[in-house]
Design a protein around this ligand. Structure first.
Ligand code: SIN
Ligand code: MN
Length: 206
């Protein structure tokens, strides 16, 4: 299956690698993302219940994650009609090093959190197969990450994610609820306009 690396911290089987990406590499990733955003501009999706999400997002890869009143799903084109740009090699390299060098991810979702943005407790379950873990990369301002259970209810635990942290959600963590309660603006100078970017890499097709 996937590669085993020793995390700095494990919370309910969420494997957290603190500061895995060093600052120079973080800046390089941000530069690569500028090109992604140029080709596939950020947008604010609408939830199935009709609310505008507080994060802005775009994607790279074979598929992009998308949501509107018809539901959460993966789509093969940006809402503007063009195919999603390729996943930048530096980001793919992290997946290949940490997860698999035989199966690349189908989607790199780019979430951008500005002041006040958050992400409610949810499961990542729009993929056809859950055997591959989700790889999550934090860049920019600190974020309070909440980790729950497979069920929607029950006790949760929270950890701060900082720029350069990487989280692997596999095995029992793959379908566990998680979300971002808030970001602490001004805690990083990585992004010119401040805020936080989270990248999630996922295998979508079985
Ligand atoms: C997500 O679960 O889609 C995003 C998590 C994060 O921003 O760290
Ligand atoms: Mn998620």
């Amino acid at each position: 299956m996937y590669k085993f690396n020793t995390p700095t911290l494990t919370v309910r089987n969420f494997k957290i690698f603190k500061g895995m990406i060093e600052p120079a590499q973080q800046s390089e990733i941000v530069n690569n993302l500028r090109e992604v955003v140029r080709q596939a501009p950020m947008f604010s999706p609408i939830t199935p219940s009709g609310y505008k999400m507080t994060v802005k997002m775009t994607s790279a890869g074979k598929y992009g994650w998308y949501s509107d009143v018809s539901g959460y799903r993966y789509v093969d084109c940006h809402p503007g009609g063009k195919p999603w740009p390729n996943i930048p090699p530096l980001i793919l390299g992290l997946w290949r090093k940490l997860i698999s060098d035989t199966r690349d991810p189908d989607c790199c979702l780019v979430n951008y959190y500005q002041d006040g943005a958050k992400m409610g407790l949810h499961q990542d379950k729009d993929e056809a197969d859950f055997k591959w873990p989700v790889l999550s990369i934090s860049l920019g301002d600190d974020a309070l990450f909440r980790i729950g259970n497979i069920e929607r209810t029950g006790k949760t635990e929270s950890v701060w994610l900082n720029s350069g942290d990487v989280v692997i959600m596999g095995e029992s963590a793959r379908l566990a609820h998680h979300g971002i309660d808030r970001i602490k603006t001004g805690t990083s100078r990585l992004l010119d306009k401040g805020g936080r970017i989270n990248l999630t890499l996922r295998v979508v097709d079985a």
